[in-house]
Design a protein around this ligand. Sequence first.
Ligand SMILES: [Zn+2]
Length: 357
Amino acid sequence: MSDQLDQTIVARDGRILLFSCQRFIDDIVMGNGCLICGAFPHDKQFNDEHIVPRWLLKRYNLFDKTVILPTGEHRHYRSYTVPCCVECNSLLGVQVETPVSQLLDGKFEDLVQRLDEANLRLLFTWLSLLFFKVHLKDRTVRVHKDRRLGHEVIGDIYDWGDMHHLHAVARSPFTKASLMPETIGSLQIFEIDGALSSDGYDYLDFTFDQTLICRLGRIGIVATLNDSTAAESAWSERLDLIEGPISELQLREVGAMFAVANRNLISRPTFMSLVHDKTTVMIAGTRPPLKLKEFDPEGFGHALLFAVRNFVDARAISVNGTRDPKTVAAAIETGYVRFLTMDGKFIPPAANQDAGG
Ligand SMILES: [Zn+2]
């Protein structure tokens, strides 16, 4: 691409302050440029960035465990990486990973106490980075495990333009961009009660709704990255009913609620990166009045089933007295099964093992 036509903005010190959407796709998504600064491996030393950061692998002893990709393939966390240069890797370490690892170290009450405005932004940036890395990796994950069925990679089916803003947020520690309040999405944290389903770390996302559910030990996080807080506003009455710790299953339901609200927004927020004098970057947004399409129970049921599928298959959910996965899945798909609240009341987390239909 010719530099004259490209709208990429480069600072006087050579840092790319703003990638044009095309250059973002060419260099970062389809190319092998460093996901933060955009440099290529022949120009700079690379050591690659762990998608699930090292401190988290260490804290939850995940180095030898595998991550299950959307295709069902397993990959070791230790080799689950994306291209990153040494310089950006250490910048992310100092500015993002170390402070986030401290923020999320300890009990839920400690996190609540530490979560001031600055730390909320830090956590939001970290979640944006995590989500972006997960999906940047998808460009190399084949849709079909069996090559005879085709060579498409999961990344082929994304609209990468949607990820352009997310990328700007994820690399804001590098550009020193200030994030205006409208660019921060829904972000809720919960204490997780009851038995934990798997390792200390659990991650699931609704890719196209830019909504992720993340659990670190007994801290549960649900975030929607591109909704300018619409999802948490849409569900505020229901969220207010939550009286204390929630179960993993309930955390998944909050994720489904956020994803569906974001999907159903009639007017979406818009985002833009503004660069002043080739030095300062500001990421701004507009937050339109909250208006949602009419609630569609079946759409919600599909989303909820996606979020709790592994609990259904493990026979961990009983609906109307049965744990048969097929029957339970069909009941959830109707959109009338709830784990979090019922008739305007919070359902105690222990009751979750026998949800009403
Ligand atoms: Zn770099």
